[in-house]
Design a protein around this ligand. Structure first.
Ligand SMILES: C[S@@+](CC[C@H](N)C(=O)[O-])C[C@H]1O[C@@H](n2cnc3c(N)ncnc32)[C@H](O)[C@@H]1O
Length: 231
């Protein structure tokens, strides 16, 4: 059992390095697209001053993360990724952004302390081996204080496929915002669906989920109890 887990981790760490290598081929295009996406995000989150700590989970070399640091100069921005190569590259490429830090780490055991006003999950949940999935959600829930931004494939129903780059790697596509909004203390405040490539499997969704204080989330509780009592 231990051996399988170890092999799995090695496979995934190598896959992260390979993803980083591939991403360099389209880096400039990806940077342009990420800048537009980050601008869009901060039109939805208009009160940028409230965002003081940001965590980008599975950030690769900071293609999206660097714009968070640029557009939120007053905030502390952290990107984590299993790929040491990606982290090394990101540290060097964005060294002028003094509010941006990168760490090597995995989503199911986040190498960070405290809470974050904005957590970014951009095309990462689909990657995770399912044995790490709920551990990851638990880690995100632990550190999330206000907003969670998710950008993922958005198929009409959940599906599992194989990576075109490595047949050993499975990819899991679904509406991940629902994992959070299935409990009352997360609410969906923005959703936009668009097609990046042709076909249903390639629809993409951007979701902004907000974490509510428990009192606010459960304020209808009393009336539910009342209705149950009357029945
Ligand atoms: C499709 S890429 C997206 C990269 C980046 N979020 C972006 O939008 O440009 C998926 C990223 O997830 C990272 N990743 C894979 N497994 C991970 C894990 N267990 N924890 C954190 N990141 C992981 C990969 O190394 C890779 O950088």
């Amino acid at each position: 059992m231990k051996l399988v887990d170890k092999e799995d981790t090695i496979l995934w760490n190598r896959e992260s390095d390979r993803y980083f290598d591939r991403s360099l081929l389209s880096l400039e295009d990806d940077l342009r697209n990420s800048e537009q996406e980050a601008k869009k995000l901060f039109k939805i989150i208009s009160q940028k001053a409230q965002i003081k700590k940001v965590l980008d989970v599975g950030c690769n070399c900071g293609v999206f993360t660097n714009f968070l640091a640029k557009f939120l100069p007053h905030a502390q921005v952290i990107g984590i990724d299993p790929s040491e190569e990606a982290v090394k590259f990101g540290r060097e490429r964005f060294k002028n952004l003094t509010n941006l830090k990168f760490f090597v780490g995995h989503s199911d055991n986040l190498p960070v302390e405290g809470e974050f006003d904005l957590v970014i999950l951009r095309m990462v949940l689909q990657w995770l081996p399912r044995k790490d999935f709920f551990k990851t959600i638990s880690e995100i829930d632990k550190v999330a204080r206000n907003y969670i931004y998710i950008n993922e494939f958005y198929p009409s129903s959940a599906l599992m496929s194989t990576s075109v780059h490595n047949k050993k790697v499975k990819i899991f596509k679904q509406d991940y915002s629902q994992i959070f909004t299935s409990v009352p203390y997360y609410t969906l405040i923005h959703k936009s669906v668009y097609e990046k490539e042709n076909g249903d499997d390639f629809q993409r969704g951007e979701f902004l989920v907000k974490k509510l204080p428990l009192e606010e989330a459960y304020k209808k509780r009393a009336s539910i109890q009342e209705a149950d009592r009357i029945k």
